[in-house]
Ligand binder design. Structure first.
Ligand SMILES: Nc1ncnc2c1ncn2[C@@H]1O[C@H](COP(=O)(O)OP(=O)(O)O)[C@@H](O)[C@H]1O
Ligand SMILES: [Mg+2]
Length: 392
C-alpha cells in the first residue's frame, strides 16, 4: 500500500493505491473527497436554505434488498435518502481510506463497481432518466463507508402502482388504459436511451425499479432507479459501434414485459410485440438473433457473459415439464412469448392446448455480487425507529 498524498500530515486523508488499477488513489479520492459522518447534516444540505429548519423524517421503507430508504419532508419538498446496508470502503489508522475486499481482485472489482455506480447515477440524472438527484456520496459509520443517494421522492414504484395503487383499476377493466400506454411508452424510451445514450445494460429491470408520478393524469412521469454498477454494466464498447444496440434495447423491453406479465399479470408492453406493425414484425423476424444474444453471444468488455440468462433464471425459475431447469433457449422462448400477451388469461385463451415449460415461482430479492460486506452499525435514529415499529 502506498500513500496517495506525498506529504504526510496527521489530519490529511490518504487513499489506497491498489497495484494493477491505474490512479486508484485518485479515483477513491473522487468518491470520498472528505469524511462525512452525520446523516442529518447531509440531509439538511440537500434541502434549500429556506427549508432547512423543519425537516422531518416521515417514513422508512425496508422493501429494497440492499438499501434502507428514508423519506424526509420539509415544506412541499419530499426527498428519499437511500443508504446502502453494506460498506464499500473503510478507514484505517492515520486516516488512510482503503477499499474493502479479501484480495487484490476483490478490491479492484469493488472500486470499479463504485466508480461505475457514481457515473451511472450522475449521467442518468443529467439526462433526466432518474428521479432528480440531489446528493451522492458515502457516509462514514464506525470506520466504514456506506453509499448514500439523496433524490426527489416520486409517488410510487410501478409494482405498488399496479398491485395496490390506481393501476389496479386498469387491471380490473381488462383493457390497457391511456395511462398504461403512456407508462409503457416512457419505459420503452428510457430502456432504449439506457442502451443508446448511456451505453449501459441494466439487468435488474423490474417494476419495483420504475418510479411514477401519476396524480396529474396529463403529466404522467416515469423514471428509473437502481442504477448501481453491480447490475447496470457498461457495454458501450458494443452499443457505440454496432447495430447490436437495437437488439439489446429490444431484449431489455422483452425482459421488462416478462416481469409485468409474471409478477403483475398486466403486461403493458404487449401491443409493441403482438400488433403486426413494423416494430412487432422486426422483433418477430429477428427472434433467433435475439435468442442468441440473450443466451450466448453477448459479453462485456472484459469478456464476461452477459447477465440476461442469469436474471431470467433468478426471477422466473423456468422449469421444463420434468421439473428440471429449462435450457436458456426454452426459457427465452417462454419469455419472448409472454411479452406478446397482456396477461395469463389472454395467453391461455389464445393457446388452450399449450403444455411444456412453466414458471414455478421466483425470488424477488437478489444478493449483492460482493461477498465481503460489513453491515452498517445502527445509529441511534435507526434503533429508535425499530423500537417505534415494534411498539405499534
Ligand atoms: N425516489 C424514490 N421515490 C419514491 N420511492 C422510492 C424512491 N427510490 C426508492 N424508492 C422505493 O424504495 C424501494 C427500494 O429502492 P431501491 O433504490 O430500488 O433499493 P434496492 O436497491 O435496495 O432495491 C423502491 O422499490 C421504491 O419502492
Ligand atoms: Mg430496487
Amino acid at each position: 500500500m502506498s500513500r496517495f498524498d506525498t506529504e504526510f500530515d496527521f489530519k490529511d486523508i490518504t487513499y489506497e493505491n491498489i497495484p494493477g488499477i491505474l490512479n486508484s488513489g485518485a479515483e477513491l479520492q473522487k468518491l470520498i473527497p472528505s469524511i462525512q459522518n452525520d446523516i442529518n447534516t447531509i440531509v439538511k444540505e440537500s434541502f434549500p436554505h429556506e427549508l432547512r429548519k423543519n425537516i422531518k423524517l416521515i417514513r422508512r421503507i425496508t422493501k429494497g434488498g440492499n438499501n434502507d430508504i428514508y423519506i424526509y419532508k420539509s415544506g412541499d419538498l419530499t426527498v428519499v435518502v437511500r443508504l446502502s446496508k453494506y460498506a464499500s470502503f473503510q478507514i484505517e489508522s492515520f486516516n488512510h481510506i482503503t477499499v474493502l475486499g479479501k484480495n487484490k481482485n476483490e478490491k479492484i472489482n469493488n472500486l470499479k463497481e463504485a466508480i461505475q455506480s457514481k457515473s451511472n447515477w450522475e449521467r442518468a440524472n443529467s439526462l433526466g432518466y432518474t428521479p432528480m438527484l440531489y446528493n451522492y456520496g458515502y457516509l462514514e459509520n464506525n470506520g466504514h463507508f456506506y453509499n448514500y443517494i439523496i433524490c426527489e421522492k416520486m409517488e410510487s414504484d410501478l409494482s405498488d402502482y399496479y398491485e395496490t395503487g390506481p393501476g389496479k383499476d386498469s387491471k380490473s377493466s381488462g383493457k390497457l388504459s391511456i395511462t398504461d400506454h403512456k407508462i409503457a411508452r416512457q419505459l420503452v424510451d428510457l430502456l432504449y436511451a439506457t442502451t443508446n445514450n448511456l451505453g449501459l445494460i441494466c439487468f435488474d429491470i423490474k417494476p419495483a425499479n420504475c418510479m411514477i408520478n401519476y396524480s396529474d393524469p396529463n403529466n404522467i412521469v416515469v423514471k428509473l432507479i437502481d442504477w448501481d454498477g453491480d447490475w447496470c454494466q457498461d457495454y458501450s464498447y458494443i452499443t457505440s459501434k454496432s447495430d447490436l444496440k437495437y437488439f439489446i434495447s429490444i431484449l431489455s423491453v422483452i425482459v421488462m414485459a416478462a416481469h409485468f406479465y409474471v409478477f403483475l399479470d398486466w403486461n403493458i408492453f404487449y401491443t409493441y410485440f403482438s400488433e403486426p406493425d413494423s416494430y412487432g414484425n422486426f422483433v418477430k423476424d429477428n427472434k433467433i438473433s435475439l435468442q442468441n444474444l440473450f443466451c450466448d453471444n453477448l459479453t462485456d468488455s472484459q469478456g464476461n457473459k452477459s447477465k440476461f440468462d442469469f436474471f431470467q433464471k433468478h426471477y422466473f425459475q423456468i422449469m421444463d415439464s420434468d421439473d428440471n431447469p429449462a435450457t436458456c433457449e426454452d426459457a427465452f422462448n417462454l419469455t419472448f412469448t409472454r411479452a406478446h400477451y397482456l396477461n395469463r388469461a389472454t395467453k391461455r385463451q389464445a393457446n388452450p392446448q399449450l403444455v411444456g415449460v412453466t414458471r414455478v415461482g421466483g425470488r424477488k430479492k437478489i444478493k449483492k455480487s460482493k461477498k465481503r460486506k460489513t453491515n452498517r452499525k445502527k445509529t441511534n435514529r435507526r434503533k429508535k425507529n425499530k423500537k417505534r415499529k415494534t411498539k405499534k
